[in-house]
Write a protein that binds this ligand. Structure first.
Ligand code: AMP
Length: 400
């Protein structure tokens, strides 16, 4: 698949609207705790500025309820952008209101304007045409560099593209990179290719599992989703997370893996706890011996060793979803150990955004991975084989 590229556009003396994903985590004092998403957008922003155009940046931030809310202002992002770009960034006090429109009309080449949080406008998440039109009216060129939100048909992501012809819209460098990376991963991975799939539920990753099966050589299952598979195999899983309505589907996945010759691994032991609590009494048990009423909250030490062996000789690793309740220290060990093995491997290692990216960063292994996606939901939809609504209008040549 080939996307329209900024490099093919003539940006000189134009107003360029760049949809970014500045939805960064902050602490209780409004300090940005991880600015990776802002740094990831710099290549596109700097490229545009070098072409002597005026830049309008737009992003959502948190989940305000369609109206101005100081708590969700992009002011902290403005400050960080100023530090990173080393030039003034003006923040409009609204999105498409009087102030934004006034500032857009005064914007000159080389200047950067940041609109307020797109979700202060209720029409953003509803893909409202009126809002898309107002946003589009600000600029000559539209660039989408917000991979993390490209699986959403929102006004600044999808609706807005209808107001630009093919010579005036393009994918930013980050979006290009994400799409290309996942396309290569799904089409031409170096083998053996292993997918590590964890997280809470089978339902959230079902389509991704089904789509991955014919492409991978091995699948390692962890997290809460493991218990639906273990239950299907007849194990007593105590009070662990389970989706009874998906037992048959879990069986079909395991049968299909067998038919395709894909090695399908489940945890052989578990850290089980008396209750879902960071301080709960817990112990390592084999997957056959989870006590009644106890719940499995992490993979056990034997599984960690087994998965290390599996990871030893692979060429490509895709990891999506933690191995346990990594937010609680006691149940984070499995995920941390696996992160270490993935980081140490000589394989191409791809971390699929969301919780897994968060975990890898928290333990300082982000630089050791080949690629960490900036979008959890968006990367999952790519793994499911979908074309994202924010990407579709930017496709120049469809995938063969
Ligand atoms: P997901 O959004 O599906 O990737 O799931 C991530 C969440 O799964 C994290 O918040 C983990 O705490 C949770 N999780 C992982 N393992 C388990 C488990 N064994 N039981 C309950 N929740 C889990």
């Amino acid at each position: 698949m080939e996307l329209y590229s900024i490099k093919d556009l003539d940006l000189k003396n134009k107003k360029v609207f760049i949809r970014c994903d500045f939805n960064v985590p902050t602490d209780e004092y409004n300090n940005i705790t991880d600015d990776r998403r802002i740094r990831s957008a710099l290549a596109t922003i700097n490229y545009c500025l070098d072409q002597e155009c005026a830049v309008i940046l737009a992003s959502h931030f948190g989940r305000p309820e369609g109206k101005f809310d100081e708590k969700y202002s992009l002011a902290p992002v403005q400050k960080r952008l100023f530090q990173l770009l080393k030039r003034d960034v003006v923040l409009a006090s609204d999105v498409v209101g009087e102030d934004a429109m006034q500032k857009v009309s005064e914007l000159k080449n080389g200047e950067v304007l940041l609109l307020e949080n797109l979700r202060f406008e209720a029409g953003e998440t509803k893909n409202n045409e009126e809002l898309s039109k107002k946003l589009a009216s600000m600029a000559d060129i539209y660039i989408n560099d917000a991979f993390g939100v490209s699986h959403r048909a929102h006004a600044s992501v999808e609706g807005i593209t209808h107001f630009f012809d093919n010579n005036s819209k393009a994918a930013g460098f980050l979006l290009q990179k994400e799409i290309q990376f996942f396309a290569t991963l799904m089409k031409k991975p170096a083998r053996p290719f292993v997918a590590i799939v964890g997280g809470s539920k089978v339902s959230g990753k079902l389509e991704a599992l089904v789509n991955l099966l014919p492409r991978v050589d091995k699948i390692l299952i962890g997290g809460g989703m493991a218990f639906t598979f273990l239950k299907k195999l007849g194990y007593n899983i105590g009070a662990s997370l389970v989706e009874d309505d998906l037992l048959d589907e879990a069986g079909r996945i395991m049968d299909e893996a067998k038919r395709l010759g894909v090695k399908f691994y489940l945890p052989v032991d578990i850290i089980a706890a008396e209750k879902f609590d960071a301080e709960a009494v817990s112990k390592a048990v084999t997957s056959q011996e989870i006590p009644d009423g106890w719940m499995g909250l992490d993979i056990g030490p034997a599984t960690v060793r087994l998965y290390r062996e599996v990871l030893n000789n692979v060429q490509t690793v895709l990891w999506n979803g933690p191995m346990g309740v990594y937010e609680m220290e006691r149940f984070a060990r499995g995920s941390i150990k696996i992160a270490g093995y993935v980081a140490d491997s000589y394989a191409t290692t791809v971390v699929g955004g969301g919780d897994t990216a968060d975990l890898v960063q928290r333990i300082g292994l982000d630089d050791e991975m080949t690629f960490i996606s900036t979008g959890g939901g968006a990367s999952l939809e790519l793994l499911e084989g979908k074309t994202l609504p924010g990407v579709e209008p930017l496709v120049k040549v469809a995938a063969e």
